[in-house]
Design a protein around this ligand. Structure first.
Ligand SMILES: [Zn+2]
Length: 402
């Protein structure tokens, strides 16, 4: 099983120069082969294999001597990444590879010949150890690393380690320990147990700050010292927002994969959802795709199941009590079923249906044990509280009180 770690590193001036050189060289190689491949395809209708590109590398290095100043394996990795980007595109799991623009940030990979010692990162090509803040123990055998520079000029290293532990066998799928999740626009998501997690509002605060900083930046004259300062300020706030969001996603996915054995969601084809421009912005803001991939990784490592139901299953407009299909409008947050008079919260009803569709899909009986034991819900609630996640409502409980 692989585990990934991310640490901040503090290169000195020489090391920084060499890191920037690595990033620039990798960008150059990526763009070079992407351009070559695009042209080849336009002329012959054929792409290029990894092997073909790798065989052209020595000649490219001869023409561009400065490429020899950086770790040659990092450059080889670029070719490998480009190749897998194309594979991903043809398998429809990724976008068509694009040219990398010259930017403040960037990254490069080091597949071997490195170690971590005494709060220092040692990479063979770098003559001296780079200072590093190891805030948690790296478990297992380190397989590869990526050094990155953010737009505001901070440096990080991501390390992939093989823990040597086998992925646990997946748990049996049962109605009792399953949960349906409806992802929302106004809310982050609602579960079939009636837990509703709102979008993190500390992000709103940071977003206001960001808007202000961007406005200030727009007023600075190009090329001025103050403009550069303003650019860094914008980038710093953007990074802060990304960190806040990652922290939120981490906590939520952790709690979900601890509390439930099976998590059922709609088809998570987020790019398909983004095509609907009404909800595009909030989906992009909520960072759904990163949340789902985090959720999947955690579920897998804990032997939990993730089930996706079809995107066209009528999860929102079907009454979860009697099965009546209702002409639900996008503006209706609550509705009453004309057939059985059940009163529904839009998201909760959808989440209950998602759970049911998911269980049916896997052949688990849904007529008994429909409800999750209250204990599971209350312990999920207390975990959320402990993690300081405040935007939580328990819809079913409120319904009972009413
Ligand atoms: Zn009904």
């Amino acid at each position: 099983m692989y585990k990934s770690y991310r640490f901040r590193i503090y290169p000195n001036e020489d090391q920084e120069t060499l890191i920037v050189k690595h990033i620039g060289s990798c960008r150059f190689v990526w763009n070079h082969f992407l351009d070559m491949r695009n042209k080849r395809y336009a002329e012959t209708g054929k792409g290029m294999t990894y092997k073909e590109m790798a065989l052209l590398l020595p000649a490219l290095k001869k023409e561009n001597k400065w490429l020899n100043e950086v770790n040659s394996q990092s450059i080889q990795q670029v070719v490998m990444h480009l190749d897998s980007a194309f594979h991903g595109f043809f398998k429809k799991i990724g976008k068509y590879p694009v040219f990398k623009k010259k930017a403040n940030g960037g990254s490069f990979a080091v597949p071997q010949n490195f170690k971590v010692e005494d709060n220092h990162l040692i990479i063979l090509k770098f003559k001296t150890p780079i200072r590093m803040f190891v805030h948690r123990k790296i478990e297992g055998h380190m397989r590869s690393l990526t050094v990155s520079r953010t737009s505001s000029g901070k440096y990080y290293v991501s390390i992939l380690a093989d823990t040597g532990i086998q992925t646990p066998e997946p748990k049996e799928i049962e109605a009792e320990s399953s949960v349906g999740m409806d992802v929302g626009i106004t809310e982050f998501f609602t579960t079939s147990d009636g837990l509703q997690i709102g979008n993190p509002w500390n992000l709103k605060k940071s977003e206001k700050k960001l808007a202000k900083a961007q406005k200030q930046l727009s007023r600075k004259t190009k090329g001025s010292k103050n403009r550069n300062k303003a650019i860094i300020r914008v980038a710093t706030i953007q990074e802060h927002i990304a960190n806040q969001r990652m922290d939120f996603h981490n906590k939520i996915s952790d709690i979900l994969t601890r509390q439930y054995d099976t998590i059922i969601t709609e088809d998570l084809n987020v790019s398909g959802m983004i095509r609907n421009h009404h909800i595009a912005k909030s989906i992009a803001d909520a960072g759904w795709s990163s949340f789902f991939s985090m959720l999947k990784t955690k579920a897998l490592s804990r032997g939990k199941n993730m089930i996706e139901i079809g995107r066209f299953d009528p999860s929102s407009k079907m009454c979860s009590e009697c099965g009546h299909i209702y002409a639900l409008k996008l503006s209706e947050r609550t509705w009453t079923c004309p057939e059985c008079n059940a009163f529904h919260d839009r998201e909760l009803n959808a989440a209950i249906n998602i759970k049911r569709f998911g269980l049916i899909k896997t052949g688990v009986p849904t007529d008994s044990g429909e409800l999750t034991p209250v204990d599971t819900v209350t312990s999920a609630l207390s975990l959320l509280e402990k993690e300081g996640i405040r935007q939580v409502k328990w819809l079913k409980q409120e319904a009972h009180v009413l």
